[in-house]
Write a protein that binds this ligand. Structure first.
Ligand SMILES: Cc1cc2nc3c(=O)[nH]c(=O)nc-3n(C[C@H](O)[C@H](O)[C@H](O)COP(=O)(O)O)c2cc1C
Length: 369
């Protein structure tokens, strides 16, 4: 195999994508955000927001960034023999927008210090690299600048992140291993709540269902977090709402994976009330509950056929899945709720599958923590 890269000149120059699509695809590559600064011949400061910054080599220390030839400051950077990379911190998104907007004097009202060669170092950044230009390469409508790093500084501020056309913040990957030294010290439930809260944000968006996170409290299944869908199932979603064990999807998902001593007193009281209640609703009996709980244990999904939601204003369907501790006990239930007429709460439907996948992933992370 040859080590050289050859361009196939015979290949017809047919482009199968639009510029917009290319930009979207490139947006999948998440980056930090920098402001690159320099001084022109007359000592005037220039700076622009750039996420094209990248490391090139550690030894010798080289970095690169690229600038659109159409940028107002291009002539200054093209002719300069130095640049400084200011790696923006999480709180500096307005500064990023400021330096991404043309203006005659971008540095007016901005806090900065001067680096060893007199180039501006923006205050409160995450890190700084002062560089000497070693090469310039044409790159389509951009010029690529390679710089030799001469001076570096770093703060403890977390870096700002950019991806998919928006500013983001960087958090350690929750589904990776627990941070060194914390393994074994982390109790399952707080960790599970943290992981599930993040999953709920994603699921509420992709499924467009209201999601509830339910823990087993002193009074039984208790909602500890909500994530509303575009059209929530109720105007107010109260935290601390206590759900029935035997006739809510969340209650069943938890009860199926908790020891009888935790569950039995609630079940006994509810079954007694069910027997007294003369509503047309089909409520579980002691016999039916045994087989319902067994099937929840097998499928790891509990469903609730149409029933009035807590404020009785609408009929809602629900699907709930247990999040299991390393010993196989339910630490939380993750539940999707939607108006009965729009929400098919089938135990083998796509919503149930998405909830199960999220719960499995979280349960697996708890086992590894
Ligand atoms: C997050 C972000 C990243 C950017 N990255 C670059 C880049 O790498 N290179 C570039 O030339 N422009 C980039 N831009 C656009 C410039 O910041 C913008 O065109 C700016 O107005 C150029 O300043 P100037 O016209 O004063 O030179 C980026 C803008 C944003 C918001």
């Amino acid at each position: 195999m040859s080590g050289s890269i050859s361009l196939d000149e015979e290949r017809p120059a047919v482009r199968t994508f639009e510029k917009r699509q290319l930009r979207d695809v490139l947006g999948s590559f998440v980056t930090g955000v920098t402001v690159v600064t320099t001084l022109d011949d007359e000592g005037k400061m220039h700076g622009l927001t750039a996420n094209s910054f990248s490391s090139v080599s550690l030894d010798p220390p080289l970095v690169l960034w690229s600038q659109a030839t159409s940028a107002g400051s291009h002539a200054a950077f093209r002719d300069a023999d130095r640049f400084t990379i200011n790696i923006l911190a999480e709180h500096q998104y307005e500064l990023a927008n400021h330096f991404a907007t043309r203006s005659p004097d971008k540095f007016a009202g901005i806090d900065y210090d001067l680096g060893v060669d007199g180039l501006p170092l923006l205050r409160d950044c995450s890190a700084w690299l002062e560089c000497k230009v070693v090469s310039r390469f044409p790159g389509g409508d951009h010029v690529i600048f390679v710089g030799s790093v001469e001076c570096i500084r770093q703060s403890t501020r977390r870096p700002l992140v950019f991806g998919g056309g928006q500013y983001l913040v960087a958090d350690p990957h929750d589904l990776g291993r627990a941070p060194l030294g914390t393994a074994g010290t982390m109790k399952s439930q707080p960790h599970a709540v943290r992981l599930a809260s993040r999953a709920m944000l994603r699921l509420a968006h992709t499924l467009d269902k209201t999601l509830a996170l339910v823990a087993w409290g002193n009074h039984g299944p208790t909602v500890i977090a909500w994530q509303a869908a575009t059209t929530p199932v109720a105007a107010d979603l109260p935290l601390g709402l206590v759900l029935p064990v035997t006739s809510s999807a969340s209650g069943l998902a938890l009860a199926a994976f908790l020891p009888p001593e935790a569950v039995d007193r609630f079940v006994t009281a509810e079954l007694r009330d069910n027997a007294r209640q003369a509503s047309g609703e089909v409520l579980p009996t002691a016999e039916s509950l045994v087989s319902v709980l067994e099937s929840v244990r097998v499928s790891q999904v509990a469903t609730r056929r149409p029933a009035p939601f807590y404020d009785d204003r609408m009929l809602a369907n629900a699907i709930s899945v247990p999040i299991l501790s390393p010993s196989g006990m339910a630490v939380l239930a993750l539940t999707a709720i939607g108006p009965a007429e729009h929400f098919d709460a089938a135990a083998d439907g796509h919503c149930a599958e998405a909830l199960k996948a999220a719960a499995y992933e979280i349960s697996a992370a708890l086992r590894e923590a």
